[in-house]
Design a binder for this molecule. Sequence first.
Ligand code: PLP
Length: 367
Amino acid sequence: MSSPRPRPGILEITPYVGGKAGGAGSRPIAKLSSNESPLGPSPKAIAAYRELAGELHRYPDGHCALLRQAIGRRHNLDPAAIVCGAGSDELIGLLVRAYAGPGDEVLYSRHGFLMYPLAALAAGAHPLAAPERSLTADVDALLAHVTSRTRLVFLANPNNPTGSYLPAAELQRLRAGLPADVILVIDAAYAEYANAPDYDSGLELARATSNTVTMRTFSKLHGLAALRLGWMSAAPAIVDVMNRVRGPFNVSLPAQAAGLAALEDVDHAERARSHNATWLPWLSEQLAGLGLRVHPSLGNFVLVEFAAVPGRDAHAANAHLEAMGIVPRQMDAYGLPHCLRISIGLAEENRRVAEALGDFVAGRGAA
Ligand SMILES: Cc1ncc(COP(=O)(O)O)c(C=O)c1O
């Protein structure tokens, strides 16, 4: 008997597994598995969200006009060059579906964000990973993997989960080396945290070229992950395509209102940025001081490498942390089974991580 069959590629998808929320310990859970903001959203964003409780029967503005204007003012962009989405995940999926299909290739770097290959498979396209150098995207390797079938190249800058980044000059070299009909997507989900002087979120490339997309999210610095809100900017032809393929009301009313309030609460955003600027180096130094390899990160998380020794490895470290009520992210799905990714948390959570891993390294079991 025949049965319905999805398009080729769909059954190759291993569904994305988000960060775990809880461990087995008795202490309060420190959820450090999803790179969320430990400070939460701006109180003004929460108020804007609550205010809409009586309006839930209304459709939202399908054009996100006020939000796009505010984003445009903040980043010196034409609001017409901006498309909002239900998280940047939605925009990634829509871009791939609009520009790639069966027989096409979507290129990304080996330890790039997992949604890129998943979105490619969902569209029936072939995800192709270019090797990295020291867990950092390698422009030469990316360019060497371009074929006549390449439609999009995805680069998270800084990258999740490695924390590494490509400086402005390398981004330009990548764009210049790609064929004109290949879209370069610079996913700058962690841009607000990136404080290296040569960091570039791709805004200027998106403004100046016809084939570059830059993408942002409200899920990280602005602490609005639950509401699902992201945006991208690109040349008019790409924006036009996105506006054709997206749902007419893809961003909810509360998400638009809270996003607008979050954008305007510059003080809260600055507190979140400065918290990270204090605790990211602190945690990195503490863990390095324990003899663990900590990869330099420009995001709100650290990638920590463990020995490939049973009982001392990343799986054992994960079990130890979970027993202490700390939930990191295991990295097997990223091809980094010897690593854990740990988001920067509240001060007390960061101290607990350092203490728990200190015990782990010293061979002291979970209490
Ligand atoms: C690099 C990168 N891009 C996109 C996203 C998705 O963000 P959103 O919550 O806006 O879908 C994430 C979330 O972890 C991310 O790390």
